[in-house]
Write a protein that binds this ligand. Structure first.
Ligand SMILES: [Mn+2]
Length: 276
């Protein structure tokens, strides 16, 4: 498959350092040719629910414009999950009829009113579904994802107000506990929902969807989660249905919290499979 890989070297969307180092470690280990995109720190107003917003917007605008330049299958290597605002919106700009599957322990569906931490990696899915205003997407002149075609796959830790938002917007939430014994059929359902009325899907894979005992190298670990067999099923399913997939993110690898390169190994296995 002809792919183009974008390294989003950033941890601006989260309150702990580390994910900015992740993409290069993955791509260098695999000897991949990539487009490196680095952030610039801009002056910020002290807005508690919008931490680093100016710098994040500046970076996301760069990522968005870089991805728009390619016709190849684009892969975003994060970086914290705020970078998926840029990749997901660039994808729907190129391919208008697009659903989205968000493989994540978290919902990432807060907005500036509901966020508890103020970290922007907690709002990207709401943002690309048009449910967090346009302050984080001013550079995007196109459709937003229909929340009815958005699926959160493997959720284990949603905030109360976030849950209310998800229900109100009719986002499809597949909780880890409900799907753990039936991953493949659940994926079929997820694809069906995301593809309903659409041609293709953007997939955003957050490494914290995996059990942190197996993949400790993430910034916000949550107990339980996918095991290695589950990950294999998920990636094989994606690969088998790659003609329906428009673009792919692999985000939140934090080498500072990794142990014996366990998470790095999983991340490189996932990426190898997707690009082969
Ligand atoms: Mn996430």
């Amino acid at each position: 498959m002809i792919t183009k890989i974008f390294n989003a070297n950033t941890d601006l969307g989260v309150n702990k350092k580390g994910t900015a180092l992740g993409p290069k470690i993955i791509s260098e280990k695999m000897n991949l040719e990539v487009v490196n995109i680095d952030y610039t720190l801009l002056p910020e107003k002290d807005i508690k629910n919008k931490i680093n917003i100016n710098s994040i917007n500046h970076l996301n605008e760069k990522i968005y414009n870089e991805i728009l330049k390619t016709k190849d299958f684009s892969i975003l290597l994060g970086g914290d999950h705020s970078t998926s605002i840029a990749s997901a919106l660039a994808s729907i700009k190129k391919e208008e009829k697009l659903g989205i599957i968000w493989i994540d322990a978290h919902g990432d569906y807060n907005d500036f009113n509901t966020t508890i931490t103020g970290n922007i990696h907690g709002v990207p899915l709401a943002t690309v579904c048009g449910s967090n205003g346009e302050e984080l997407s001013y550079f995007h002149n196109g459709n937003y994802y229909n929340p009815k075609n958005a699926v959160i796959f493997g959720a284990r830790d949603l905030d109360e107000k976030e849950k209310e938002k998800l229900e109100k917007d009719n986002v499809n939430v597949f909780y880890y506990d409900d799907i753990k014994n039936n991953i493949e059929n659940s994926l079929k359902d997820a694809f069906k929902l995301a593809l309903d009325g659409n041609d293709k899907i953007h997939i955003s894979f957050d490494l914290d969807s995996i059990n942190p005992i197996l993949a400790p190298g993430v910034t916000v670990p949550v107990k339980d989660g996918f095991n290695l067999e589950d990950v294999e099923i998920i990636i094989n399913f994606i690969k088998d249905n790659i003609s329906k997939v428009n673009s792919f993110d692999l985000v939140e690898y934090n080498p500072l919290f990794d142990k014996d390169e366990k998470t790095l190994e999983i991340a490189t296995d996932i990426l190898k499979k997707i690009i082969e």
